[in-house]
Design a protein around this ligand. Structure first.
Ligand SMILES: [Zn+2]
Ligand SMILES: [Zn+2]
Length: 274
């Protein structure tokens, strides 16, 4: 792609609210606005399902409660984020195991490696990642993986669990090589508002390469609001801007992308229901 090729334009006015979307990764408990209001506003824009992520043990009871009781449109994951890998323990493993049948629990996550921040030591991150992949295999649940500046070790662990664990790499911003490796190992890729950022040309090339039946869209709210909302606190309805950019990159209509991403989410997160 040439240097001066513009980022895909995001046209909120062109969005058709009759289309349905799922935001497969956000942090409802971290939103700057009230969760009820954010979900109601999202639903009015067609974002009728969301998956809220459990990132550390203290949040697990809350995300379970939201998914099981408080919000019918919310599903959840349970896991320990690489930033918090030092909090992974036998007790946390047991908690997730004990809640494996909880209503609304659809995946283990987010788990993985983050060598950009290194908030936990790398060997601790690797051990927590492997043990949670094993737990996902044992529970027959998909995983949501976070990876940043850790391509080689992520690829190694994806290969180890290829064919044993299914899942996706969320907020994918890594190299085309890691994208190919993940796809080869059977993992899907999920894209956030980063695809709309001006300097994300290489990532947009990755989006072009990923088969339509292997991609997802997410906000990772409250982080990473897409253009034209960049700099604001992200909310689930902004997934429409990312969808718009991805549809343009894949040369499909929004209706096609809506249908395909819903199908992809139902295929991967088998406990999502309709
Ligand atoms: Zn993440
Ligand atoms: Zn996240």
């Amino acid at each position: 792609m040439s240097q001066n090729q513009a980022a895909p334009t995001s046209k909120p006015d062109a969005v058709d609210p009759s289309l349905r979307w799922i935001d497969i990764h956000l942090h409802l408990n971290m939103l700057k606005t009230d969760a009820d209001a954010a979900l109601a506003s999202a639903a009015s824009q067609g974002v009728t399902r969301v998956i809220t992520i459990g990132t550390e043990p203290k949040d697990h009871p809350l995300v379970l409660d939201w998914a099981a009781r408080r919000f019918p449109q919310v599903a959840c994951t349970l896991g320990v984020h690489p930033h918090e890998a030092t909090l992974w323990s036998k007790e946390v493993r047991q908690f997730i195991f004990d809640h494996r049948q909880a209503k609304g629990l659809v995946a283990v996550g987010e788990i993985g490696l983050d060598y950009y921040y290194n908030n936990s030591p790398q060997d601790v991150q690797i051990a927590a990642f492997r043990e949670q992949m094993q737990l996902a295999e044992e529970l027959d649940l998909p995983v949501q993986i976070h990876t940043r500046d850790a391509d080689a070790d992520t690829a190694k662990i994806l290969r180890e669990y290829s064919g044993r664990v299914r899942g996706l790499l969320h907020c994918f911003t890594s190299s085309a090589e890691l994208a190919r490796e993940a796809l080869d190992c059977g993992f899907d890729l999920s894209f956030s508002g980063v695809v709309t950022f001006k300097n994300a040309q290489a990532l947009r090339e990755v989006v072009r390469e990923v088969p339509l039946d292997r991609l997802h869209v997410e906000t990772d709210a409250p982080f990473l609001a897409p253009v034209p909302k960049r700099g604001q606190s992200n909310v689930p309805e902004f997934v429409l801007h990312t969808a718009q950019a991805v549809a343009e990159l894949k040369s499909v209509t929004l209706a096609e992308l809506s249908r395909q991403t819903l199908a992809n989410a139902s295929r991967l997160f088998t406990r999502l229901g309709s």
